[in-house]
Design a protein around this ligand. Sequence first.
Ligand code: ADP
Ligand code: MG
Length: 228
Amino acid sequence: MMIKIENLYRTFHHDDNEVPVLKNINLNIKEGECIVLKGVSGSGKTTLLSLIAGLDKPSSGKVLIDGEPISKLPDLFASELRAKKIGMIFQHFNLFEHLTVHENVTIPLIPSGLKMKEIQKKVDRALSLAHISHKKEIQAGRLSGGEQQRTAIARALVADPDIILCDEPTANLDRDNSLLFIESIKELNRLGKTIVIATHDPLFEHLDFKSTIIPMADGKIVSSYDDE
Ligand SMILES: Nc1ncnc2c1ncn2[C@@H]1O[C@H](COP(=O)(O)OP(=O)(O)O)[C@@H](O)[C@H]1O
Ligand SMILES: [Mg+2]
């Protein structure tokens, strides 16, 4: 199983109150699957993605990435595992606006210790896969929303992760760019990437490639998800 989520709970503490945000999430995601976590704002999607990425720790339960318990690893090791296996795409693109497209996409490879030539090769490949090569010398802040999200796709891909996590990736895109984004996801899925998209965008309800919609509400998965 590429991603295995077992009895996952996340509770936040507000003053004296305990606020349960994820309540017993169980989910198995196989290599090459495309999963759409669908739910209204506040249903716990971002919290779940953060736990899968090892950016946050559960209150109880666990997350395994390719057999490794990312949720139990010390932060340094969780970051290492994330850098190796997971690429992330966000609603607000999260680019360095004053750096060029090329520089933004290079950043994740800086700690890799790879030779400059090898880094160039990987960056060029990611830019090309994300259809943004023609803008590589432009500052990210000068791009359109669609181009910024394509840059973010290239950045998520550059280290060749097995898993791509997307949090409301089309929330700041118009319809045409949202459809282009979906085409990119389809391409990545065809390349064998395992993809998890948290969204409430109805465009993801009618994808023309195989995907599984997992409805979330109030910190739970609504329907039972059949993992055979
Ligand atoms: N760091 C945090 N501290 C306290 N409450 C949080 C925190 N993160 C999320 N929450 C709460 O958890 C609930 C789910 O949030 P979130 O995972 O962002 O949902 P979604 O992404 O589906 O909109 C919300 O009620 C939110 O206020
Ligand atoms: Mg969210």
